[in-house]
Design a protein around this ligand. Structure first.
Ligand code: HEM
Length: 235
C-alpha cells in the first residue's frame, strides 16, 4: 500500500486531478487514534457530499416546476431518489459501531453534532419545514404549490380526486411522496445507528439523544400530501 508521502510525490494522473483526489483524500482528520473514528468521520463527509448533490437535484427540480416543466422535474426528482437511496445505504458503514468503540473518540469531538448541518436544514426546508435562516432557499413544497395553482388546483386533494385527467400531476405527487418517505427512512436508519452505538445517552448537542430523534421520525414532510392519504376514497 502507498504511503501518504509516496502518493504526494507522484505526478497526479488526469483522474486524480479531475476528482481533486489530493485535496479530497487529505481532508480526513480524526481527533483520536481510535480505529473506529475514521468510519464515523468519512461517513459524515460522504453524507454531507450527498446532501450537497441532493440539494443540487432538488434545486433543479424546483426551477423546472417554476417553469411548468413537470416531465423535467420528474427526471430530477428520480435522480434525487437515487441519491437518497445511496444516503440510506451509507449507514451500513456505521452499523456495527459498538458503544465501547464510540466512547473511544466521542469526547474528542466535543459539542459537534449533525444537528448543526446547514445542508440538512436546507433539505428539510425544501420539504416544507420553515427555516428562518434560509428564507430564499428553493422549496419543492412552494414550487409544487405554485404549479398546482397555475393549473387550477387549490391543493393535492383536488389533484388526486381528478388523477385520471392529470396523470403528470399525479406522477409528480407520487414522486414527492417518494422523496419525503426516503428522507424519513434516512432518519430511521440514523436512529437505529444511535440506539446501537450510544443507547439512550444524551446527544453531543445536548438533546436527550435517541428519545429526541425518535420523536423527529414521526415528523411528516410535505404534510399536505400526507393529509390526502387520510381522506375517504370510496364514495
Ligand atoms: C453512530 C453515529 C451517530 C450518532 C451516535 C449520532 C448521534 C446523534 C444525536 C444524539 C443527535 C441529536 C442531536 C444531539 O444532541 O447531538 C444527532 C442529530 C443529527 N445527526 Fe447524528 N449521529 C451519528 C451519525 C451521524 C452522521 C454520519 C450524520 C451525517 C451527516 C449525522 C447527522 C445528523 C443530523 C442531520 C442530525 C439532526 C437531525 C434532526 O434535526 O432531525 N449523524 N445525531
Amino acid at each position: 500500500m502507498m504511503t501518504d508521502e509516496a502518493r504526494r510525490r507522484t505526478v497526479p494522473s488526469e483522474y486524480a486531478q479531475y476528482a481533486a483526489l489530493d485535496e479530497l483524500l487529505h481532508l480526513q482528520w480524526p481527533r483520536t487514534k481510535a480505529p473506529a473514528e475514521l468510519s464515523f468521520l468519512i461517513t459524515t463527509q460522504v453524507m454531507e457530499l450527498y446532501f450537497k448533490l441532493l440539494e443540487h437535484e432538488w434545486t433543479a427540480a424546483c426551477a423546472k416546476l417554476d417553469a411548468d416543466d413537470v416531465r423535467g422535474a420528474l427526471v430530477d426528482l428520480r435522480r434525487g431518489h437515487g441519491v437518497q437511496d445511496a444516503l440510506i445505504a451509507s449507514w451500513e458503514a456505521l452499523r456495527t459501531l459498538t458503544p465501547a468503540e464510540f466512547d473511544e473518540f466521542r469526547e474528542a469531538f466535543g459539542a459537534a453534532s449533525g444537528i448543526q448541518s446547514e445542508l440538512y436544514r436546507e433539505l428539510e426546508q425544501a420539504l416544507g419545514v420553515p427555516s428562518p435562516s434560509h428564507p430564499d432557499a428553493p422549496s419543492l413544497e412552494r414550487s409544487a404549490a405554485g404549479l398546482l395553482q397555475r393549473r387550477g388546483f387549490d391543493g393535492w386533494l383536488a389533484v388526486y380526486r381528478a388523477a385520471d385527467h392529470n396523470p403528470d400531476l399525479f406522477d409528480l405527487g407520487e414522486a414527492l411522496y417518494d422523496a419525503a418517505e426516503r428522507f424519513t427512512r434516512w432518519k430511521q436508519r440514523h436512529l437505529m445507528a444511535v440506539w446501537r452505538s450510544m443507547g439512550e445517552k444524551t446527544g453531543s448537542a445536548g438533546t436527550s439523544g435517541a428519545e429526541w430523534l425518535a420523536r423527529g421520525v414521526h415528523q411528516k414532510y410535505l404534510a399536505e400530501l400526507w393529509n390526502v392519504r387520510t381522506e375517504a376514497w370510496v364514495a
